[in-house]
Design a protein around this ligand. Structure first.
Ligand code: GRF
Length: 211
């Protein structure tokens, strides 16, 4: 049975989607821990209610980014992580951390990467006049919101969208593609060749949402 460790900083709806899929689809895996860098992350309560181990590693308690990264890594390893899923985790992780978890560290980002790395993706997509936006599950590399793309969901940008409305529709799709992508890892179906991710079998790596 494989161990999933999920890192959050806030609401944790993607974490919830993974937790629910793991239970509902009876994955041969467990959520070994949910780790937050903020004690007030709302998602921690959901995890605790489900009897999942939770950990708080407050970034403010450490003198440097490396010291925080090391403490975080140690805590994750303690739970025997086979896969580490960043789910709204709002700290940038250093190169040493990324190397340490190479091949087992994934993130979800609310844009169609490589477009719009960074923050405020929905506002930027609307302002750029994009007709589609979406979300990407990707391997984490030392460069922010980069790394081989595992799955994407594309959502139309509607004429009366504002950032909040677009974010809500994208989030619905995040909850579809993130658990699916995590499951591919657990089933050893993911390979990367020349920076391109391939999935064994016939599952689509792209979801095209109608709205
Ligand atoms: C999501 O939109 C995710 O793509 C981004 O941060 C948000 C986190 O939401 N990285 P939640 O905490 O999973 O609800």
């Amino acid at each position: 049975m494989k161990n999933i460790v999920i890192l959050i900083s806030g609401r944790g709806s993607n974490m919830e989607a993974i937790v629910r899929a793991c239970a509902d689809e009876r994955w041969d895996a467990r959520i070994a821990a949910v780790v937050s860098n903020r004690a007030d992350a709302a998602g921690l309560a959901f995890a605790r209610d489900r009897g999942i181990a939770t950990e708080v590693v407050e970034h403010r308690a450490f003198p440097s980014r490396n010291a925080f990264d090391d403490a975080l890594a140690e805590r994750i390893e303690r739970h025997g992580a086979d896969i580490v899923a960043l789910a709204g985790f709002m700290r940038i992780l250093g190169a040493a951390f990324v190397r340490r978890f190479d091949g087992r560290l994934v993130n979800i980002h609310p844009s169609l990467l490589p477009a719009f790395p960074g923050l405020e993706t929905h506002r930027r997509a609307i302002e750029a006049g994009c007709k589609a936006s979406g979300a990407s599950v990707h391997f984490v590399t030392a460069e922010l919101d980069h790394g081989p793309i595992v799955a994407q969901a594309a959502v139309p940008v509607l004429p009366d969208d504002d950032a909040a409305r677009l974010a809500a529709r994208v989030l619905e799709q995040e909850h579809v593609i993130y658990p699916r992508a995590v499951r591919w890892f657990l089933d050893d179906r993911v390979s990367v060749r020349n920076g391109v991710v391939h999935i064994k079998g016939s599952d689509a790596q792209l979801v095209l949402a109608a709205r």
